[in-house]
Design a protein. Structure first.
Length: 156
């Protein structure tokens, strides 16, 4: 549930504010004791104005007026695919590109947030002694590297 994009929008004058996880509908784990407070994130998209399309290796989602009625959001995604190279093509990686079109008369300040549970699949998302390392590349690309401590178990 923690692996989500969220958006925060405020309009000039502060009268209109929107905050929402960019996932229509309600996740089955919301409200349970294991949700770690994630149910408070703003799971308020109905999906009636959102459309998902996919044609491997590309996918895209259009949010037309959700959560802000005067903002059209599109998210384009591509998963790298290299013919005849299954090893590198199967790496868990993707590129997401967001485009926003403001159809309103007021300026909009928009923040986009991506959250990712840095976990090894244990009982807690905090298990595993993980380390997150921010980086900025020479080309201006920035991100966060998620380092996982791997434990080898030997069986006899």
């Amino acid at each position: 549930m923690a692996n989500q994009f969220s958006i925060f929008i405020s309009r000039d004058g502060g009268n209109k504010k929107y905050a929402s996880v960019l996932a229509p509908g309600q996740h089955e784990g919301l409200g349970k004791s294991s949700d770690q407070g994630i149910s408070s994130w703003g799971w308020n998209l109905t999906g009636q104005h959102s459309t998902y399309h996919a044609l491997f290796p590309r996918a895209w989602t259009i949010y037309d007026g959700e959560p802000d009625p005067e903002l059209k959001i599109s998210c384009r995604q591509i998963s790298p695919f290299i013919p005849h190279n299954y090893r590198q093509s199967s790496l868990p990686t993707a590129v997401f590109v967001y485009t926003l079109v403001n159809t309103g008369k007021e300026r909009a300040k928009v923040s986009l947030l991506f959250t990712w549970a840095n976990s090894i699949g244990g009982i807690s998302h905090m298990s595993g002694d993980h380390v997150n390392e921010p980086f900025i590349g020479e080309d201006g690309v920035s991100g966060v590297l998620l380092h996982h401590k791997q434990v080898m178990k030997l069986y006899s």
